[in-house]
Design a protein around this ligand. Structure first.
Ligand SMILES: C[S@@+](CC[C@H](N)C(=O)[O-])C[C@H]1O[C@@H](n2cnc3c(N)ncnc32)[C@H](O)[C@@H]1O
Length: 310
């Protein structure tokens, strides 16, 4: 097995994490291990990395690549439980945490997450301990629920028509089992003048299903406050996101930490007395350079945001 993934915004992630010898870091999304390897190049001697991934294939691949590294702890689990994971490994004194959201190139190609390769409709990051996959959702959820998923997580204009098409196929006992079945259902559902834009709709529908299958937004919302709490003073939290729904969550969380005050805006002055807990390091999100985009077009939607604990 080769677990292919080209790290995105690697130089920038390291710049914002700013690792130095003896410091400990958490990589919440190991993937191909690009960030973990780069942190380990900078925090030796004495620094450790705890690297987490929901996908066992990612961990197996990295174990194989880096079998001699005693400063590395690998953990199969969900970053939504980062507090328990850190506690379980007695990992402390944390100078930085990074999460690179979304999926690796390996998962895109092997888990039915892309309409460009014909694969069973799975979409799970975690093949163990999670049973609901994309096929189950498409063949069991009712029309309103499917429409809601497509609308909320894919922001797809033709969510209603696509949900109706899927239910119509179900009524004819035509189940959806492969990515090509879903792609065809999307093409058939689109009004004629929009059929030539089927790939754009498919991209949004596939994203929506992946978010639903993996509870991606809930996981992120759980992860952020736990991760920030775990940091040392002056510790850094760096998040790379790949679509506006994730980026909005990260941005709002960072802004709230940097403001402190939680009084309603109509209050003439602060009565809550809360102080800022963090300082945002990226006024605007950092995006891939022209050189990176040329080398890796998959990096295009990436946005990096970083905050330092005060
Ligand atoms: C974009 S890749 C990370 C790539 C990595 N930064 C690198 O340099 O190779 C995202 C990884 O996050 C993992 N992942 C997604 N959701 C997760 C979660 N809730 N907890 C832990 N890992 C998760 C995926 O399985 C995938 O391997």
């Amino acid at each position: 097995m080769t677990y292919e993934h080209t790290p995105v915004l690697l130089k920038e992630v390291i710049e914002y994490l700013d690792p130095s010898p003896g410091q400990n870091f958490v990589d919440a999304t190991l993937g191909g291990g690009g960030y973990t390897a780069a942190i380990l190049e900078n925090n030796q001697p004495g620094g450790k990395v705890l690297a987490v991934d929901l996908d066992k294939d990612a961990l197996e691949n990295f174990k194989f690549q880096i079998s001699n590294f005693k400063e590395l702890v690998l953990h199969h689990g969900n970053f939504a439980q980062i507090d328990k994971i850190v506690e379980g490994h007695k990992f402390s004194n944390i100078s930085g945490i990074v999460a690179d959201l979304g999926l690796s190139s390996y998962e895109l190609q092997h888990r039915g997450m892309s309409f460009q390769t014909d694969q069973p409709l799975d979409m799970r990051f975690n093949l163990e301990g999670q049973h609901i996959d994309a096929k189950f959702i498409l063949n069991n959820y009712d029309e309103q629920r499917l429409e809601k998923i497509f609308k909320e997580f894919g922001e797809e204009k033709f969510s209603k028509q696509i949900a109706r098409q899927i239910i119509g196929l179900r009524a004819k006992s035509i189940g959806l089992s492969h990515t090509t079945d879903l792609y065809q259902a999307i093409v058939d559902a689109l009004p004629k003048p929009f059929k030539h834009k089927a790939d754009d709709s498919a991209r949004r529908i596939f994203q929506a299903l992946r978010i639903e299958v993996n509870h991606e937004l809930e996981n992120l919302k759980e992860f952020l406050p736990k991760a920030f709490d775990l940091l040392n003073p002056q510790g850094r939290l760096v998040v790379v996101s790949f679509h506006s729904l994730e980026d909005r969550i990260v941005k709002q969380f960072f802004v709230a930490l940097s403001k402190g005050c939680v009084c309603p805006p109509e209050f003439p002055q602060c009565v809550c007395g809360k102080n800022p807990q963090g300082k945002i390091l990226t006024k605007k999100p950092i995006v891939p350079s022209a050189t990176e985009l040329k080398r890796n077009s998959r990096s295009r939607p990436a946005k990096l945001r970083a905050i330092i604990k005060i």
